[in-house]
Ligand binder design. Structure first.
Ligand SMILES: C[S@@+](CC[C@H](N)C(=O)[O-])C[C@H]1O[C@@H](n2cnc3c(N)ncnc32)[C@H](O)[C@@H]1O
Length: 399
């Protein structure tokens, strides 16, 4: 058995759907797949390249710490790509108490500042999702299985990474194994879903802890093969920078549910600010937010029907009765209070509202909502292909 993974970085041509854009990639277990063990096949890096037709590129250590001329030279000699590009020198990794290590702002950061672009060290294929994201008990069910996976991953790291990168990998947290660290434990603790088809492991992104009130948004930009991290609000020097391991909708669940989800899926008791404070008001606001989000995104299929069909279905009535303008105002106020105006959350809401408006033929409203979604997307992830798509929608108002 070999693990379906390979060393980054190959660029993929897969472009995804507009909706994916607006949902944050999750760390940990995006889904619990019920596939049998027999179905899984682990591939070493070289085999993966042959059988999965992916490009294997040797990875070097972080060039941002090397002089530019040296880095260029290194690139030419080794045919490697930049792995971590610190777009800001305002972040560094520190101990953050019970959470282990975390990322801290070393000076003040503005909302929308680009913090980091990082390519994955490892990319895992969908066939590895059970092992990476499934129940640990299932992975341990057969004594030999774990060893096989472990051997395969270790072998890949040994043959494809230089010593410094290997050391960085082995330094990452492993919250799966009680005793010694294992490569698979590290992968399970840090791998992040990129799409329905792949997951990745990133050396620096792995140091970002979770918060139910995140101040950083990470987006996977598949066309460029990098995770882009941007600040979602102003951040003071010394504050911890946190992303969300949960989708926005899951973040809107009441505290008890969020704690349960984080414990079940990621195996930790959340110590974030939102989970530690008095919760009743916040829970109420999040519950209301999830109702509003649901209203904006309900019945995707009918939104794609023409205005006449929408009228027949009563969808137009629904939009009218909800009073889109008031609904949006309430939603943005709640996002301000609960998430400090997080532009990634706003982009999701505006996109939902755009599709609703477009679905019932309200062209001018649709255009301005697409424009608002475009602006929020640029603020949360920069000039991605998704932002470009929204820009186009803003000019023609059609979904
Ligand atoms: C991807 S790692 C994050 C970096 C890690 N703290 C380290 O030391 O490298 C995920 C692990 O960090 C810890 N963690 C992340 N967010 C947390 C939170 N909000 N509360 C408690 N522990 C957290 C958990 O142990 C989790 O399994």
């Amino acid at each position: 058995m070999r693990l379906h993974c390979f060393i980054q970085s190959s660029q993929s041509s897969h472009s995804g759907l507009p909706l994916q854009v607006l949902g944050a990639p999750k760390i940990g277990k995006p889904c619990r797949l019920q596939r049998s063990w027999g179905h899984l096949q682990v591939l070493s890096c070289a085999t993966a390249a042959r059988e999965l037709q992916c490009r294997v590129v040797r990875r070097r250590s972080d060039v941002s710490k090397v002089s530019k001329a040296k880095a260029r030279n290194y690139r030419r000699q080794n045919d490697v790509v930049d792995s971590i590009d610190y777009k800001s020198n305002k972040i560094s990794v520190h101990a953050v108490g019970k959470k282990g290590l975390g990322v801290i702002a070393t000076s003040s950061i503005k909302c929308g500042d680009l913090l980091l672009e990082e390519a994955p060290l490892l990319i895992f294929q969908k066939q590895s999702f059970d092992v990476l994201f499934g129940d640990l008990q299932d992975v341990l069910v057969d004594d030999t299985s774990f060893d096989h996976w472990e051997e395969s991953l270790t072998e890949t790291l040994q043959s494809k990474c230089d010593e410094e990168v290997r050391a960085q990998f082995w330094d990452l947290a492993d919250t799966c194994c009680a005793k010694d660290k294992t490569a698979l434990g590290i992968a399970r603790t840090n791998a992040i879903g990129l799409s329905d088809e792949s997951a990745g492991l990133f050396l620096l992104l792995s140091r970002f802890n979770h918060s139910c009130k995140p101040n950083v948004h990470n987006s996977w930009q598949e066309d460029r093969g990098v995770q882009v991290l941007k600040a979602t609000r102003d951040i003071s020097e010394g504050e911890e920078l946190c992303i969300s391991y949960l989708s926005f909708l899951n973040l809107c669940a009441p505290t008890r549910e969020r704690l349960g989800e984080l414990s079940d899926r990621f195996g930790f008791d959340c110590l974030c600010e939102a989970c530690s404070r008095v919760q009743s008001e916040s829970d109420w606001r999040r519950e209301r937010l999830s109702q509003l989000c649901e209203a904006f995104s309900r019945d995707e299929a009918s939104q794609m029907r023409g205005p006449n069909e929408a009228k027949r279905d009563g969808l137009e009535d629904f939009v009218e009765s909800m009073n889109m303008r008031d609904g949006l105002r309430e939603t943005t106020d709640l996002i301000e209070q609960e998430f400090a105006g997080n532009p990634a959350a706003l982009s999701l809401i505006f996109f939902g509202a755009f599709r609703r408006a477009a679905g019932v033929g309200r062209k001018s409203a649709a255009k301005s909502l697409a424009k608002a979604a475009w602006k929020a997307t640029v603020a949360s992830e920069g000039s991605s292909w998704r932002a470009e798509l929204l820009k186009t929608l803003a000019s023609d108002g059609k979904p």
